[in-house]
Design a protein around this ligand. Structure first.
Ligand code: SAM
Length: 262
């Protein structure tokens, strides 16, 4: 079944409303914490006063982007996430809104940060159009997306599927009923991956040019093998410190890229 754009947005809104209270807990996981560090590092290279945090979630970037001399605005399509932000950061400005059409005036922001939002859409063109409109002439945008060149996620999925098949066979031999998989997430929520080439191509079609790019969270070992050992984390730190971009591109799960207006 294909959903209309409005129905799809409702699915996204409900999905994130249901996560709002516990969303920030995932920062205990290195994958999310390292992604946030890379985004903030890249944002700090931009001189900004007015910053828009598009798809701000439960406000994990507020403390890192807002300051006494900044004009921070967090915006999210999920009212649940925005309520959470308003409770946690009553002194900051938050709005419920859709990244494809906002009420802000042209050129309102020097920096736009858009972390883990594009992946919920098959076509992100409308978002690029609106974000470009919102940026000042010297403004820049930092995106974080799921890395389309990453080989470890598809590899781990395949491995787990094969292992699942072996366990299912073993259970069948032992006369046990095979457990039904419990799908807790809404299956209509998908994640689109973007390679750096994809991002450059769509961004340049909308009048942006690449300023910087980085990858975070290298999963060289399958995550279920590395559980608790922290080897992937050590490798990720090394890859970052030594700027080993080709390793990052292959194994990094997140791609972070910064664009300026052409
Ligand atoms: C994966 S979460 C990331 C949240 C936050 N950026 C972070 O990294 O913690 C994606 C967020 O984008 C929001 N979102 C999705 N589509 C959006 C849209 N069209 N406009 C504004 N926010 C959107 C969701 O409600 C959700 O809070």
């Amino acid at each position: 079944m294909t959903l209309s754009d409005v129905e799809h947005k409702d699915v996204i809104r409900n999905h994130f409303d249901s996560y709002a209270e516990k969303w920030s807990n995932r920062l205990d996981d290195y994958a999310y914490a390292s992604r946030r560090d890379s985004v903030v590092r890249m944002a700090r290279d931009v001189k900004y006063r007015a910053v828009l945090d598009v798809g701000c979630g439960s406000g994990d970037y507020v403390a890192l982007l807002a300051g006494p001399d900044t004009d921070y605005v967090g915006m999210d399509i999920s009212p649940g996430m925005i309520n959470e932000c308003r409770t946690k950061f009553p002194e900051q400005t938050f709005e419920v809104g859709d990244a494809v059409s906002t009420d802000f005036v042209d050129g309102r922001f020097d920096l736009v940060v858009c972390v883990a939002v594009l992946e919920y859409y098959r076509d992100a063109n409308d978002i690029f159009v609106e974000l470009r409109r919102l940026l000042s002439s010297s403004g820049e945008v930092v995106f974080c997306v799921q890395n389309g060149d990453n080989v470890s996620r598809p590899r781990d999925k395949k491995l787990l599927q094969s292992l699942g098949g072996i366990f299912a066979l073993a259970r069948r031999f032992r006369g046990k009923k095979i457990a039904q998989s419990q799908e807790s997430k809404d299956s209509r929520v998908f994640h689109t991956r973007h390679s750096l080439d994809d991002m450059i191509s769509i961004a340049s079609a909308h009048g942006f040019e690449l300023e910087d790019s980085d990858y975070s969270n290298c999963m060289v070992l399958p995550s279920f093998v590395d559980r608790g050992w922290g080897i992937n984390k050590m490798i990720s730190v090394l890859v970052g410190r030594m700027s080993l971009k080709s390793l990052g591109r292959r194994y990094g799960t997140s791609l972070i890229c910064r664009f300026s207006k052409k």
